[in-house]
Design a protein around this ligand. Structure first.
Ligand SMILES: C[S@@+](CC[C@H](N)C(=O)[O-])C[C@H]1O[C@@H](n2cnc3c(N)ncnc32)[C@H](O)[C@@H]1O
Length: 276
């Protein structure tokens, strides 16, 4: 996307300013979110106008004005150009999702990981998605497989949108939205899961005991973490960290880099079998 931006901004910004622009932006349906460094603040409106003009589908251009933060993992957004609406429809692997990029966590950059997990699930599984948000993982899985998924989230807006998204998609499986803290909700469940997803990488370790409690003997936990490391060492370091944290017997079945989240900083997925 940098080349695309550069081509259209070359007459507006100085060459060194263009080089300072972050390398990419996210397009989510009709909404574009871009990160603009403080040095380019004076040019933010014109950058917004260029994006609005050049990206056909875009109706709203926002600057991400804070990091992703808080329990709900959301970010502050500042309108640069277009209409001020943070709700849009996003499509992924044949599923439709209603998203509100101001009120809930959402990242199009997890789509490959979501598809990878959906392909691992087998018909008949019972699944806990501890940090399920608007139902991205859960609905993609249920679209493909006849399974039962508890989609938990502490953000009421995420659960409201999850319910809306269930109506938008025809699925083979069954998704049950649950609003609240995942640890409490797992305590209340009558059954355990064949598979538990833990996509809250900044805080996964605080919830590992609850994930173990909610998962069957020989079940699988999808554990996510953030690791500072060279790319070649990232998986090894993440695996070491996992084994230092898990208190019961466990075998790592697979690990992969989900995405880079900064220089020498990676989001890692670990699929592990647990024995209790
Ligand atoms: C990184 S997002 C993942 C969302 C979703 N899995 C996705 O891919 O779109 C983490 C989610 O965990 C939720 N969350 C944070 N703390 C929680 C808790 N204690 N219990 C349940 N959900 C929680 C946040 O509201 C957020 O939606």
């Amino acid at each position: 996307m940098t080349k695309f931006l550069k081509r259209h901004l070359i007459n507006i910004l100085q060459a060194n300013e263009i080089n300072n622009l972050f390398s990419s932006f996210d397009q989510i349906g009709e909404i574009v979110i871009i990160r603009i460094p403080d040095e380019l603040s004076n040019s933010k409106k014109i950058i917004g106008e260029v994006l609005l003009d050049k990206i056909k589908k875009a109706k709203s251009i926002y600057r991400q004005s804070s990091v992703v933060k808080g329990d709900f993992r959301i970010r502050e957004l500042e309108l640069l150009a277009g209409i001020d609406t943070t709700e849009t429809e996003y499509k992924e692997y044949g599923c439709r999702f209603n998203v509100d990029v101001r009120k809930v966590f959402f990242s199009p950059r997890l789509s490959t990981e979501r598809n990878r997990i959906a392909n691992l699930v087998k018909d008949g599984e019972n699944i806990i998605n501890m940090f399920g948000g608007i139902g991205m993982f859960s609905i993609l899985i249920a679209k493909k497989k006849k399974c039962n998924i508890y989609n938990m989230d502490i953000n009421p807006d995420a659960i409201r949108l999850c319910k809306k998204n269930l109506e938008l998609n025809k699925m083979k499986g069954n998704v049950i939205p649950m609003c609240g803290d995942a640890s409490n909700l797992i305590n209340e469940l009558d059954e355990t899961a064949d598979r538990t997803l833990m996509l809250l990488p900044e805080r996964t370790d605080n919830f590992l005991d609850s994930a173990v409690l909610g998962t069957k003997n020989n079940g699988i936990i999808h554990y996510y973490c953030h690791i500072h490391a060279d790319k070649k060492n990232a998986l090894e370091r993440a695996t070491k960290h996992y084994f230092n944290t898990i208190k019961i017997k466990s075998t790592v079945l697979h690990s992969n880099i989900v995405r880079a989240i900064g220089p020498k900083y990676y989001q890692i997925a670990i699929d592990a079998n647990i024995r209790k």
